[in-house]
Ligand binder design. Sequence first.
Ligand SMILES: Nc1ncnc2c1ncn2[C@@H]1O[C@H](COP(=O)(O)OP(=O)(O)OP(=O)(O)O)[C@@H](O)[C@H]1O
Ligand SMILES: [Mg+2]
Length: 223
Amino acid sequence: MSALKVVNLEKELGVQKSLILKKINFEVNEGEFVSLTGKSGSGKSTLLYVLSTLDWPTRGQVFYGDHDVQSLSSKELHSLRNENIGFVFQFHYLLPELTALENVLMPARKAGILEEKIPFAQNLLELVGLGERMDFLPRELSGGQSQRVSIARSLIMNPKFLFADEPTGSLDSANSKLILDIFKEINQDYQTTIIMVTHDADLAQATDRQIHLVDGTLDSMKF
Ligand SMILES: Nc1ncnc2c1ncn2[C@@H]1O[C@H](COP(=O)(O)OP(=O)(O)OP(=O)(O)O)[C@@H](O)[C@H]1O
Ligand SMILES: [Mg+2]
């Protein structure tokens, strides 16, 4: 059984109800590292939001295992998001008044398990190369370092799925490579299924599989 599956997925957006995603079908296996590529405006972010339950399909279905997300109760959806899904965005959205360690622990604090997650948060910060900077505030970190804190934060609840929307979009090539290496390590060590939007052909090449969007449809040549 696939870990994630979309069936005849369509998404309309805006007052004009423009059809942004058109009859999309694909499956992602557990532990796969997939990149989502395509030109600006092709629908990558829209697809990522629908896949990750941050937004809803207009038509069609998104399945996690054999559960259609639209059939879940709000409580089930809440626990799917909190316990199984991690997000990394292009900009890190760290809380400026909290240290790197406190930012990483934020999802654990919300879940009421702050104390027990402290050693894991420290391990994650070491994994992303910030073992020496756990007590730094975001303003004392570079863009690449801040992004690495946000990656550590996305992993604190041990999500089965990690969704990243251009996580290296604001970084230079050395930092992009570092983030890719971290994702590969997470993918291998924790069997996390990763879906990463990227413009960068080199990064996309380095993933297990590319899903390429052209004007809201899957490009069957690459798929
Ligand atoms: N809220 C909205 N209302 C109307 N149209 C929208 C809305 N959000 C996005 N779109 C349109 O949907 C299309 C796909 O947008 P999306 O953000 O998914 O593209 P993208 O592939 O992520 O592009 P980029 O690489 O620039 O981030 C674009 O044509 C955009 O104008
Ligand atoms: Mg986008």
